[in-house]
Design a protein around this ligand. Sequence first.
Ligand code: CP
Ligand code: NVA
Length: 344
Amino acid sequence: SVPQIKRLLSHSHHLKQTSLPWLEPQGSISQKKMQKLRLPSQSLFNKTIALLFSKRSTRTRLSAETGASLLGGRALFLGADDIQLGVNESARDSARVIGGMCQGIFARVGEHEEIEELAKYSPVPVLNALSSLWHPTQILADLLTLHENAHLFEAPTEGAQVVKKNDKKVVSLPELRPLTVAYVGDSANVLHDMLVTYPRLGHKLRIASPDQYRAPTAVWQRVEELGCDEGIWWGNDPKEAVSGADVVVTDTWISMGQEAEKEERLRAFAGYQVTEKLCQEGGANPNWKFLHCLPRKPHEVDDEVFYGPRSLVFPEADNRKWTIMAAFDLLFGKWDISAEGAVI
Ligand code: CP
Ligand code: NVA
């Protein structure tokens, strides 16, 4: 729900503030200040989270492993070549066995049905680390990044405020004004989660994707169920899509598993590269900012944008860690989402 998303973002921001000082190089913080620091919640103490990844990952895996250890627990990486799942053992049996020894499962799968199957038979919660249809933890990181950078969008609302949480003063997550977010590229898992999330938070979405790659029915059904369709403009002209955009987003044109379609896709996406020229000619907000989940190929966004001052891609990548930590704390740890002060 929207309040839960907002609390998760606020909690991610809080975990980041609490954890970062502990990660400073030794000696950079005075002894006196060190003594005042509070450890991040150790809500995964003695717990193990299984990372069931059948596809490659840099950010999601690193976030899970480093985040779980900051919460006092352990993440156990189980790649496709390591375990019996899918070769000698069914998802049903693997889920039961893994869930008998671990306290949570974070799974990156091929077809979305695979994670549904794991969730059906797992005795412990299962969190989606990416599937053919969705990439929910990515969108949490994107939203945290936008909130933290609310000042870049001429926010008419108040900035960060100091609030009290568990008797400690923390800086609250800044509010974000309603944005126009343009997505130029493939209709894949990252976009699908944007479709079911951004409109509910009051942001408008403008999408350009070639007609043949329009989101599948299962995604549209969810968009309609959640009443998100009103906030979405969809076409196939990248320039039209970026009109009035405060934020421009793209993803790879060739998702993991689609490598055989490379040539066909490169042809279909000709003209979709995010550039200064495209956004200027399309009439984006002159102050537009850029997001990309990574990994990135230069054909979908040029170096000028990707490495330039508009780009928020590396803070976005860093924020995978804090948002995944918050989700772990909620699903596998002891964080009480209704706790006082955890609102934005
Ligand atoms: N954005 C993202 O999910 O990156 P990885 O595939 O490296 O985890
Ligand atoms: N759409 C991409 C996202 C990678 C994080 C993929 O599925 O490969």
